[in-house]
Design a protein around this ligand. Structure first.
Ligand SMILES: [Zn+2]
Length: 138
């Protein structure tokens, strides 16, 4: 039995613009055109007012670590060469939270509240994933 394909996000009608932007190293946040609420992840409608008239704003890609974990057991075969690795939930300065892996770096420096910037890891011609890199080491 061979190793299955690495599990990767599958863009949908709601998320295609987001993934198109990450390929250009840009992070988009969905924004409701009716009430201006920001939301992540992208959905077909605004979770505040249920409007389907949604657009995008570009994030500065800066935030703070809300919480994180360090994985010593790989989530799948493809992550085995990377253990131990950290996964974090980050509150962007714009207010929404997103989850992703930390970029390679010193795990001991990762702290709740640490400033991070979003970087992009190209995983295929079609897809780049947002990662988080520490801005300061304490
Ligand atoms: Zn709305």
């Amino acid at each position: 039995m061979g190793i299955a394909q690495r599990p990767l996000p599958q863009p949908t009608a709601s998320t295609q613009a987001f993934w198109d932007a990450t390929r250009q190293d840009r992070l988009l946040i969905q924004q409701c055109k009716a009430c201006s609420t920001l939301q992540f992840y992208p959905r077909p409608f605004c979770r505040a007012c249920l409007s389907e008239d949604t657009g995008w704003m570009e994030s500065a890609g800066l935030g703070v670590i809300y919480t994180f974990t360090i994985n010593h057991r790989a989530a799948n075969e493809h992550m085995k060469p990377h253990v131990p690795y950290a996964v974090a939930v980050v509150t962007l300065d714009e207010g929404v939270k997103l989850m992703g892996a930390m970029a390679p770096g010193r795990l001991a420096d990762i702290r709740i509240g640490a400033r991070v910037k979003v970087v992009f890891e190209k995983v295929s011609d079609a897809l780049s994933l947002p990662r988080f890199a520490l801005l300061e080491t304490a």
